[in-house]
Design a protein around this ligand. Structure first.
Ligand code: HEM
Length: 527
């Protein structure tokens, strides 16, 4: 018998009654079923067992990177042009063609290294992942707020992330581990000069750029391709924080950027970004001092001007954080007709990794979840069953036929496009080699020289503070790199660590490192 007094039932009998997931009414949600008021409990307490065992499974694995984030929804509006030129000269992707054409989008912002509940004021790249729900299926543009990355080959991704994550023994994030790895990874210098400047702590998500970082392709109706890089520019401008600003913000709570986004969108103050695209012909560009497929490099804007192609507006926050933020799944393999991969060695690794982790993290049927479904395109597959399959994808006329080919009414292959063959013919020997034009320092140096004085001061201070906690050989190697990046940076960081150019003069280039003539010239003048 239910103890009515303990049920807390009030006069509001109009509210809906609680049930189990089986649809059975729950008459008592306060007391288990027991033999007598003092127990013992019985094992057939279906309601209790369902409730507690579901709770026991409430968490799914958090993302291995970018665990802390927030999603918002809105639309992308195309300009129908790349700058002043008709866009169909370069891509046949439908979402870009007509001026004013709108496509639904989801955008997830994130930090990279911390866990699900970590601080949003951390010095860390910020994720900027956009899902376009187009009529040709989904397109994901999975980017970051900094235009370059630490490494250029996907085989090094787990190493760079392990170095940045907490120590596996005592779970502390340690400068010594981070700079141990970076000091042996000269291609990381460009990223480090950005990350440890004020740009490394964006003020919030609304005042932040986004970059596709990797190189992609656009393909037109005739099958001709060009290389492209994507840039998102916030209408509100870019704002960043110093280490001190960030410490103050963090003292007030760990989730200021998510809060800021909810508040702005809730107040009807919808944030907006413009999408700009840089373009170059689809070849190796031997005239450049970098490889266009190297994601540690920017494409100089005077030679490859970013031109606007559309704008994105966010106007809705998730109705349920778990369903729409924890379970949303982006990937670099998710492209639509008219957009394509390049041979960028990071991109291929990323393209495997995203859906691989999502099949583990969310489950094999993650693409059936409403937030991930290609909601504006028909999805017809013969993929069936598996954990948590909650509907069957559209089948052909004959539901018995879940295979292809068939003459009895199943799905058939889509009409083969006339423009399938595209891009240059590539031949080569199977090998494991660095790209020839590594040129690890010059753009990092240019970035340093473009900084205002206060930004340089902040960068030097951040490097000195962290490197002061590192072993001497790591400090020396970092000063050596910084002298190659830009003399002033090397001298100033060295001064802070009491390491002079003479102290590092004897260091040899790293194993396999390629130096330019300019790098060698600089080394010859050390001390
Ligand atoms: C998330 C792998 C490089 C941007 C992730 C996730 C993995 C991953 C496994 C978790 C995905 C999930 O659980 O849903 C890799 C690998 C990389 C790489 C293997 C290099 C080889 C990059 C780069 C960028 C980037 C260069 C920036 C352009 C992101 C973003 C997310 C993410 C924004 C979060 C997506 C979300 O909000 O759900 N990455 N990543 N990643 N990655 Fe990467």
């Amino acid at each position: 018998m239910t103890d009515v007094a303990s049920r807390g039932s009030g006069p509001d009998d109009s509210r809906d009654g609680l049930t189990t997931r089986q649809g059975h009414p729950v008459y008592d949600n306060q007391n288990q079923r027991t033999v007598g008021a003092r127990g013992p409990a019985t094992l057939e307490n279906y309601h209790f067992l369902e409730k507690i065992s579901h709770f026991d499974r409430e968490r799914i694995p958090e993302r291995v990177v970018h665990a802390r984030g927030v999603t918002a929804f809105g639309h992308f509006e195309a300009y129908g042009k790349w700058g002043d030129e008709p866009i169909d000269r370069f891509t046949r992707a439908k979402l870009f063609q007509e001026a004013g054409k709108r496509t639904d989008v989801a955008l997830r912002f994130s930090t990279v290294i911390g866990g699900r509940d970590s601080s949003e004021a951390a010095r860390d790249p910020r994720g900027f992942a956009v899902k376009f729900y187009t009529e040709d299926g989904n397109w994901d543009l999975v980017g970051n707020n900094l235009g370059v990355f630490f490494i250029r080959d996907a085989v090094k991704f787990s190493d760079v992330i392990h170095a940045l994550k907490p120590d596996p023994v005592d779970f502390e994030q340690k400068p010594n581990r981070i700079f141990d790895f970076m000091s042996q990874t000269p291609e990381s210098m460009h990223m480090l000069v950005n990350l440890f400047s004020p740009r490394g702590i964006p003020a919030d998500y609304r005042h932040m750029q986004g970059f596709g970082v990797n190189t992609y392709k656009w393909v037109n109706e005739a099958g001709q391709s060009v290389l492209v890089k994507y840039h998102w520019m916030p209408k509100l401008g870019v704002r960043s924080m110093t280490e001190e600003d960030a410490a103050n913000v963090q003292a007030g709570g760990l989730g200021h950027a998510t809060k800021d986004l909810y508040a702005a969108i809730g107040a009807g103050d919808f944030p907006e970004w413009e999408l700009l695209v840089q373009m170059m012909s689809d070849d190796e560009h031997p005239e450049l001092d970098f490889d266009p497929l190297d994601d540690t490099k920017l494409w100089p804007e005077n030679e490859f001007p970013p031109r606007p192609v559309g704008r994105l507006v966010l106007d809705r926050m998730p109705e349920n954080f778990f369903a729409e933020n924890e379970q949303i799944a982006f990937g670099t393999g998710v492209l639509v007709d008219g957009l394509d991969f390049s041979d960028d060695k990071m991109l291929i690794g990323r393209t495997f990794s995203y859906s691989d982790t999502q099949r583990y993290r969310v489950g094999p049927n993650y693409l059936q979840l409403p937030v991930n479904q290609a909601r504006n395109a028909p999805v017809r597959t013969n993929q069936r069953d598996g954990q948590m399959a909650f509907h069957q994808d559209l089948a052909g006329q004959n539901p018995h036929v879940n295979y292809e080919p068939s003459i009895t009414g199943g799905l058939r292959e889509a009409q083969y496009p006339s423009h399938d063959e595209q891009g240059p013919v590539i031949t080569g020997r199977l090998t494991r080699k660095r790209i020839p034009r590594t040129n690890d320092y010059v753009q990092a140096g240019q970035r340093y020289l473009l900084m205002e004085q206060w930004e340089r001061d902040d960068l030097v201070k951040n490097f000195v503070d962290l490197l002061a906690q590192c072993d001497r050989p790591i400090q020396e190697r970092m000063v050596w790199h910084f002298l190659l990046v830009e003399n002033e940076l090397g001298l100033r960081v060295g001064e802070g660590l009491k390491i002079s150019p003479e102290d590092v003069r004897g260091l040899r280039p790293l194993n396999g490192q390629t130096l330019t003539d300019e790098d060698r010239e600089r080394l010859a003048h050390l001390g």
